[in-house]
Design a protein around this ligand. Structure first.
Ligand code: TSJ
Length: 653
């Protein structure tokens, strides 16, 4: 046994600090923080794979809520650390900040956004068990946290030094940890969430197998496995499944500039929207950043050069605008680089200035030969032609838009006539209800608090913007009245500073039509006023599904599970099922759905944009079969759904 008394005192102090303020290290002690623990461990295996030393990563969820992560890489170093005098494994799990990322020196590139590493996971676990197979030998070590006889907490204490167990032919690292119930509000890992991230990681790391096994339910082992040999090209195809691509195989570009590795896959469809998703070290950069800027700039330049060369553009100085080349474009940009800096509201925008010229250089280098390749001649011509058409449509839209501006000056009255505005003038307090149907709209008008609630009734179904260009959007009455009411403008003209309502609340019936209307509206907001969603201004109202009446007591019930609870053991009641908002009178609508003190709102959330994107196109695309399936799934959407998440319960009502 080696002596822990002296050198370990400092170590323990470090890990205990993590226990005192877990939020500082993993963000929260809720479900997010819990999953953060898993990603801290998985990141290490992904790094090993990204550097070519592993090709299989397995996560197993066990009945006791412990989690095992295993890879077939080189194994955490087992040698004795020069300065610290203990094994590499022990260093990784006991040294704050030294752990996990190994100071970034052993690897070219390191993933973890937060990079707090294995020692933090150890500090916040009841126990950690490590097995390393390397150099023909199997090693093991374990750690646990306990309350000492003095009442003090001891975190992540080694049970014994790293032990050599014997010979093995395998190679790799296996780590099992049990998140500490004394730290976490929940220790229940979410299979779907892990599975989604695994799918994404599998696209981003081609050829690496990601396996997820759930052993938590007795006699019902669930297993999922993702592996994509096509990498981000497969990702792009997946994003385009419900669209009609102009050419079958995505264009793939890769290269390296200095220490930045750039990979891009792109494919045009016959649609009109632009869908660019970017990642740096496997982390989604939802807010974009320098790498996206570089891609856009280079694509515009290369495509314009090409168009001039093949004579699509006649004049030497003629050029199309960048957005024309991006109409209907789906692209994934994936970078691997050192010392990434994040900026932006949600810290998901890449800030490193060197990323822009790196991406530009790679695209300018690699794209022209692909376009010029004779066997791609047809594809290249189609892209050029699509851009030319987009430019013409854009010009038409510009005219339509200035006409609409002129018109709206004249026709302001009839347009806003539909809107029952509120009397209060403070946008931070005001709410806009977009209500399905004239009759519900009427009830909402009568039931509302007119000081801060405005009502906009929708007559028919709003236009499906997924299939339309801007000019048609501007011609649509329903959408124009929404645009006018919001005050922000749309697309490039969008300006959040002009928003007239803090909350934009969609109120539609709890049936398939209602779900469709809701989806159409969300698609419009997503495509033309994305920031409205990003900044959390868009909500979905939750009208009750049932009224239970017993004597003079009325209970409104919002879903089936709640209904079962309410009527359990109850006798002599009547049950009314609301088929639509129109069945409620103004007072009822106010009480159940609009009154800020009593209502529930679900905030629309675009955290998982790539997934939302898929859902949006799935619903709006022209391939009918998957759409039907989705609508009914969406109609009784789950409150944890990634598209529409229940707003944090405290504030939102
Ligand atoms: F989080 C963790 F540290 F506990 C952990 C690390 C957990 C899991 C499941 C895997 C790993 C891990 C670490 N997998 N693979 C590695 N590789 C190394 O640590 C390693 C091996 C060799 C060398 C080298 O330079 O020879 C360098 C490194 C970083």
């Amino acid at each position: 046994m080696h002596d822990y008394t002296v050198s370990d005192i400092k170590v323990m102090e470090g890990l205990e600090a993590v226990r005192v303020r877990p939020g500082m290290y993993i963000g929260s002690t809720g479900s997010r923080g819990l999953h953060h623990m898993l990603w801290e461990i998985v990141d290490n295996s992904v790094d090993e794979a990204a550097n070519g030393f592993a090709d299989c990563i397995t996560v197993t969820l066990e009945r006791d809520n412990s989690v095992t992560v295993e890879d077939n890489g080189r194994g955490i170093p087992v040698g004795i650390h020069e300065k610290l005098g203990v094994s590499g494994v022990e260093v990784v799990f006991t040294q704050l900040h030294a752990g996990g990322k190994f100071g970034n020196e052993s690897y070219g590139f390191s993933g973890g956004l937060h990079g707090v590493g294995a020692s933090v996971v150890n500090a916040l676990s009841e126990y950690v068990k490590v097995e390393v197979a390397t150099g023909g030998k199997l090693y093991a070590m374990s750690f646990h946290s306990f309350e000492g006889s003095d009442g003090n907490m001891h975190s992540g204490v080694p049970d014994a030094p790293l032990e050599e167990l014997g010979r093995t032919r395998r190679q790799g690292t296996k780590v099992t940890f049990l998140p500490d119930r004394r730290v976490f509000e929940t220790v229940d890992m979410n299979f779907e969430l892990i599975s989604k991230r695994f799918r994404e990681l599998a696209y981003l790391n081609k050829g690496v197998r990601f396996r997820l096994i759930d052993n938590r339910e007795r006699s019902n082992r669930v297993e999922k496995e993702y592996c994509f040999d096509g990498g981000i090209c497969d990702f792009v195809k997946y994003l385009n499944v419900d669209k009609t691509p102009l050419y079958a195989e995505p264009i793939y570009i890769s290269g390296r500039k200095d220490d930045i590795i750039v990979e891009i896959a792109m494919q045009h469809s016959d649609g009109y929207s632009e869908n660019i998703f970017s990642y740096v070290n496997n982390i989604p950069t939802t807010e974009g950043g320098t790498h996206e800027t570089g891609f856009r700039a280079a694509l515009t330049r290369v495509m314009n050069d090409y168009c001039r060369r093949i004579g699509v553009l006649k004049d030497k100085d003629a050029s199309l605008s960048g957005e024309d080349f991006r109409e209907g474009l789906t692209a994934i940009i994936s970078l691997k680089m050192r010392s990434i800096q994040f900026e932006g509201q949600t810290k998901t925008r890449l800030g490193n200035t060197e990323a822009r010229p790196a991406v530009e250089a790679v695209v300018i280098d690699a794209l022209p030969p692909i376009l010029e390749d004779l066997k791609n001649a047809e594809i290249s011509a189609m892209i050029a032609d699509k851009a030319l058409k987009a430019a013409k449509a854009r010009e038409a839209a510009r005219k339509a838009k200035s006409m609409a501006r002129e018109k709206s000056k004249l026709e302001n009255a009839p347009l806003v006539g539909k809107l029952s505005s509120c009397t209060g003038k403070d946008p931070a307090k005001n709410e806009l209800f977009i209500v399905e149907g004239d009759s519900a709209g009427g009830s909402a008008k009568q039931g509302r608090d007119r000081r801060f609630q405005a009502i906009l009734p929708l007559r028919g179904k709003p236009l499906n913007v997924e299939k339309k260009r801007l000019e048609q959007v501007l011609e649509n009455d329903e959408l124009r009245s929404i645009i006018t009411a919001l005050g922000t403008g749309i697309g490039e003209d969008f300006n959040i500073a002009n928003l007239k309502y803090d909350k934009v609340i969609i109120l539609s019936d709890a049936d398939q039509d209602g779900a469709h209307i809701r989806a159409l509206l969300l698609t419009f907001f997503y495509r033309y006023t994305k920031q409205l969603i990003m900044d959390g201004h868009v909500y979905i109202g939750q009208p009750p599904l049932y009224k239970v009446q017993k004597g003079s007591e009325q209970i409104y019930v919002y879903d089936d599970a709640e209904l079962a609870k309410v009527i359990k053991g109850m006798r002599g009641y009547t049950l009314q099922r609301y088929k639509g908002l129109g069945e409620m009178n103004p007072e009822q609508l106010w009480e159940t759905t609009m009154n800020p003190v009593k209502r529930t709102l679900v905030r629309v959330n675009l955290e998982d944009v790539a997934d939302v994107e898929h859902l949006v196109t799935l619903l709006m695309g022209d391939k009918v079969a998957p759409r039907k399936e989705y609508i009914s799934e969406y109609a009784n959407f789950n409150k944890e759904d990634s598209f529409v998440k229940r707003a944090n319960v405290e504030g939102v009502n």
